[in-house]
Design a binder for this molecule. Structure first.
Ligand code: HEM
Ligand SMILES: *[C@@H]1O[C@H](CO)[C@@H](O)[C@H](O)[C@H]1NC(C)=O
Ligand SMILES: *[C@@H]1O[C@H](CO)[C@@H](O)[C@H](O)[C@H]1NC(C)=O
Length: 554
């Protein structure tokens, strides 16, 4: 009996090993077939189209080539990946010069094309807006929204959603929300003041993240989340869920068996928290007076459209469930897109102002002139007349310059249909694109000397130049931290308005100086370089969360 059991046990083990062996074999076959296909695709670009590519190995593609560049240029391990294209361009200037560069880092990343030429970028974002690269919605944001959000939807569904949300993000509507944003901005100012009084080293990115979360919650939901003063269950769950996103091959994340379970729980928490906030708007939106949140305006346009379509307007069912299901995913993406990008931009703005006292002086002078000489009176002046924020051209230029030097998003990634190609505007060379991920390397062009005089210098004056006779005047289509064309950022007015408000309330009172430890690594001339962390892979962050000391100015 015992013997029989033992024997059958052995048999099954033997079977399992065989099965496993077969699976591994099948996996390997698939791997090598795909490897062959990808490598051939690149070889064809060179052979059949005469387009030069970087030194390419059949086994490693460009993995070796890019690894060597990383070593040679001392790219820190945590340095953000979007800067890689900048160094590739330095290392292979003649290949990069036309502005279209093929890069093969499969299986770590997708076969891709990095575009360095603003007019060629325009071909796939502005003249024709190609669909987003499939994996961004289907893989990376799979558990967050399943790709059913404003960043990732396509075609008619995207169009309808964009039209529904545009009114809420309009400049006029956002100005009407300034008194609400002000309350959050004043909490932030108080936190800076506390930091100045204590003299302690604080992580600026924490403070800026909290305030931008609180502002975007006011704009979208009309709620005070108060993440600046207490911890938020909603944001905790949201950040935990976002931390499982990975852009390139990350086996520890993609093979993690607990991932679906965790995501199920995050989904439940986020849904419950958001539902209760959304219900408020749904129940009251018709009575709501005064400033309108993004959600209230979206609901209004949804209901109007339904009425238009002849649906019963009896009001029997005030909460359309299909609206709720859809809107939750959009709100998740707004809360995500709306906080960390804006937060790092604000942190970099203080950083650049502390390093450039002349420019900081100009900004303070502008605030004195427009908002009155007493900084303590600025808040009430703006509250009375929010349009004053539209009269701060130097402050706005400094924000644009900050976004140029430290773009939180490295550019868009798009998908190209069969037969599609890009064309060089001068040489008319055609570049086949099908099968490759198309990427606009906004980061690289933003620091390119052929487009920007003194590309590494902080010079807000560039954005005040009036016309092309001024050597500082930006070349067309080069400044694109929000990307361009129909899929450009819907939140850009919110970003620059919010940052103008916060800077107007703080830069005359405080100087925020970096406080990295002795010997902290320097990259791109700063310790506050852009990093890519495993927890926040989707956007660039600041090294170490930007440790700073806050000083009272004067
Ligand atoms: C400094 C801050 C920000 C930067 C640098 C930024 C950048 C961008 C970029 C580059 C895109 C295009 C993405 C792509 O093509 O894949 C984009 C799209 C988008 N952004 Fe932002 N963004 C910022 C803030 C915001 C805010 C505050 C919100 C909303 C609350 C927001 C919501 C969106 C949405 C919904 C889209 C997709 C638009 C569409 O496809 O119709 N972003 N953003
Ligand atoms: C979480 O929610 C998103 C969006 O509704 C969905 O696409 C995803 O499949 C959900 N994930 C899990 C594990 O429930
Ligand atoms: C900043 O936030 C992180 C993550 O939320 C937290 O672990 C850290 O303690 C915070 N640091 C400071 C100085 O507040």
């Amino acid at each position: 009996m015992e013997q029989a059991l033992g024997l059958s046990g052995l048999l099954t083990i033997d079977h399992s090993i065989k099965l496993l062996g077969h699976l591994v074999l099948v996996g390997l076959v698939f791997f090598f077939v795909r490897l062959y296909q990808v490598r051939i695709m690149f070889r064809r670009v060179r052979k059949e189209h005469g387009i030069p590519i970087m030194p390419h190995s059949f086994l490693f593609g460009h993995l070796w080539t890019t690894a060597k560049i990383a070593i040679k240029h001392k790219i820190p391990r945590d340095g953000n990946g979007h800067w890689m294209f900048h160094f590739i361009k330095l290392e292979y200037p003649e290949i990069a010069a036309p502005g279209v560069l093929y890069m093969d880092v499969w299986p770590i990343g997708y076969p891709m094309i990095a575009v360095y030429h603003p007019e060629i970028m325009a071909q796939f974002t502005q003249e024709h807006s190609l669909p987003k690269w499939w994996a961004q919605g289907q893989r990376e944001f799979k558990h967050f929204t399943g790709g059913e959000d404003l960043v990732h939807l396509e075609g008619q569904e995207w169009k309808a959603a964009r039209a529904m949300f545009n009114p809420g993000f309009s400049a006029k509507n956002l100005l009407s929300l300034i008194p609400n944003f002000m309350e959050e901005a004043l909490v932030f100012r108080e936190r800076l003041r506390e930091a100045a009084v204590s003299g302690a080293v604080v992580k600026l990115e924490n403070y800026t993240t909290d305030v931008t979360v609180d502002v975007v919650a006011r704009a979208v939901l009309g709620t005070r989340l108060q993440t600046q003063t207490m911890s938020s269950k909603l944001m905790k769950a949201m950040q935990a869920q976002l931390s499982s996103i990975h852009l390139s091959l990350d086996l520890s994340k993609s093979l993690n068996p607990t991932r679906p379970i965790k995501n199920w729980f995050y989904n439940r928490t986020i849904r419950a928290e958001l539902m209760s906030l959304i219900q408020q708007t749904v129940l009251n939106y018709e009575q709501l007076e005064g400033p309108k949140t993004v959600l209230a305006l979206a609901l209004r346009s949804y209901v109007e459209e339904k009425r238009h379509q002849g649906a019963s307007s009896s009001g029997a069912s005030p909460i359309p469930p299909e609206f709720l299901e859809r809107v939750i995913k959009h709100i998740k993406i707004f809360m995500f897109a709306g906080h960390d990008t804006t937060a790092t931009t604000l942190a970099y703005a203080y950083h650049l102002l502390s390093l450039n006292s002349k420019q900081a002086g100009k900004m303070r002078a502008e605030h004195d002139e427009v908002l009155g000489p007493d900084p303590a009176a600025a808040a009430s002046r703006i509250a009375i007349d929010p349009t004053l924020l539209n009269s701060l051209p130097y402050t706005l230029a400094a924000i644009k310059e900050t976004l140029r030097l430290f773009p939180p998003v490295g550019g868009t990634i798009r998908q190209s249909p069969p037969g599609h190609h890009l064309t060089h505007p001068h040489t008319r060379q055609r570049y086949p694109t099908h099968g490759f991920m198309l990427h606009s390397s906004v980061t690289t062009t933003a620091r390119a000397p052929e487009f920007w005089p003194s590309p590494d210098a902080f010079m807000p004056e560039r954005f005040l130049a009036r016309d092309a006779s001024d050597p500082l005047y930006p070349v067309r289509n080069v400044w694109r931290p929000f990307e361009m064309g129909p899929r450009a950022c819907i939140g850009q007015e919110l970003v620059t308005l919010e940052l103008r408000l916060i800077l107007a309330l703080t830069v005359r009172e405080f100087v925020v100086e970096e406080a990295y430890e002795e010997g902290a690594p320097v990259w791109f001339g700063t310790r506050a370089y852009q990093v890519e962390t495993a927890e926040q892979a989707a956007t660039a962050h600041v090294k170490g969360g930007m440790p700073v000391r806050v000083r009272v100015q004067g």
